[in-house]
Design a protein around this ligand. Structure first.
Ligand SMILES: C[S@@+](CC[C@H](N)C(=O)[O-])C[C@H]1O[C@@H](n2cnc3c(N)ncnc32)[C@H](O)[C@@H]1O
Length: 202
């Protein structure tokens, strides 16, 4: 069993939805910009809140995660709402993208290097022309805060280091910035948090 699977299964094995059932607001703002009937992949999607929202708008949606319990809860939410979400159960260390997507998105995907760069490169290479890759991540400024996120700076992001990954990739940056935002996401992310927001287009 991979470490990620074990860690996140323990968290998602508890009652309820740890980050709630409503989409992350930054991802939602980009999902809402998409034309109808796009194909979307959510990386590290956990219990499925973003995937369910995108599916409810009629998009073709896939959720990938290392946690089979998170994916089972995604499937349960989808069934309750009569929606379809395809599932990929894998650790991103083993991810071999087999399809192309119009959008790939992730919220609070805590990856350290070199996996972070590898996943970003694979995600951008898996986009259709004019596809978008969108993410919100905890920034290094989140380290002392108690409003969510890992207490391990190798898992936290800066806009500057993301810029250096993205500038070497075949994409153009739509926006990339750090800010403080007021999170209200289940019991996992609550209060003022420091994030990096990123959107790029192929
Ligand atoms: C903080 S949670 C966020 C979940 C979801 N994106 C959300 O915002 O509700 C991080 C998620 O990333 C997944 N994850 C972390 N590292 C991973 C890896 N190496 N491969 C696949 N999934 C991973 C975890 O299983 C977990 O579901």
């Amino acid at each position: 069993m991979s470490t990620q699977r074990e860690f996140w299964n323990e968290r998602f094995g508890r009652e309820g939805y740890f980050y709630g059932i409503h989409p992350n607001l930054y991802l939602k703002s980009h999902i809402d910009l998409l034309p109808s009937s796009r194909s979307l992949l959510f990386l590290g999607e956990g219990e499925g809140r973003n995937a369910i929202y995108a599916a409810s708008l009629g998009h073709t949606v896939t959720a990938l995660d290392a946690s089979d319990i998170g994916l089972a809860k995604t499937a349960m939410l989808a069934k309750e709402q009569n929606l379809e979400v395809a599932l990929i159960h894998t650790d991103l260390e083993l991810w071999n993208p087999a399809e192309f997507y119009d959008a790939i998105m992730c919220s609070f995907l805590h990856l350290n290097e070199p996996l972070r760069t590898e996943v970003f490169e694979k995600a951008i290479a898996s986009l259709n022309p004019a596809g978008v890759f969108v993410g919100e991540f905890f920034s290094i400024d989140q380290l002392p805060k108690t409003t969510g996120g890992p207490k391990d700076e190798t898992l936290l992001y800066t806009a500057e280091e993301l810029r250096s990954i993205l500038e070497s990739a075949p994409c153009s940056i739509i926006e990339l910035y750090e800010m403080d935002t007021d999170l209200n996401e289940g019991r996992g992310h609550v209060g003022i948090a420091s994030v990096v927001r990123m959107a790029v287009r192929t």
